[in-house]
Design a protein around this ligand. Structure first.
Ligand SMILES: [Zn+2]
Length: 107
């Protein structure tokens, strides 16, 4: 990659970081406005690597894949509970559950 290409990539990364920072500021502002809780989970929490399926006994499966799952894999089959999971829905459940757990620890 040329020096020009590296500079352009760094510039684009700086722009996307700034855009994300701006979005987080706006979310924080709106949460304060409406009296909502704004909690950001640990960025390294394994939300996409775990099965968040609820088992018949009411507990969570929480099987954790040992390798990262490539982003082009959109549907997962859990080897422990057999659930077929949409990657994004499973990750969203993981983020929600992780946030509740982290907030329970701090309160
Ligand atoms: Zn499972």
């Amino acid at each position: 990659m040329s020096l020009k290409g590296k500079k352009k990539r760094k510039h684009n990364r700086n722009l996307s970081d700034a855009a994300l920072g701006d979005l987080l500021n706006k979310i924080s502002y709106k949460c304060a406005w409406y009296g909502s809780v704004n909690h950001q989970i640990d960025q390294y929490a394994p939300t996409t690597k775990k099965c968040w399926n609820t088992l018949p006994d009411g507990t969570l499966c929480e099987y954790e894949w040992d390798k990262p799952i490539p982003t082009n894999v959109r549907t997962l089959k859990c080897p422990k509970c057999g659930a077929v999971l949409d990657r994004d829905v499973n990750a969203a459940k993981g983020i929600l559950i992780t946030a509740h757990r982290e907030m329970d620890k701090t309160t």
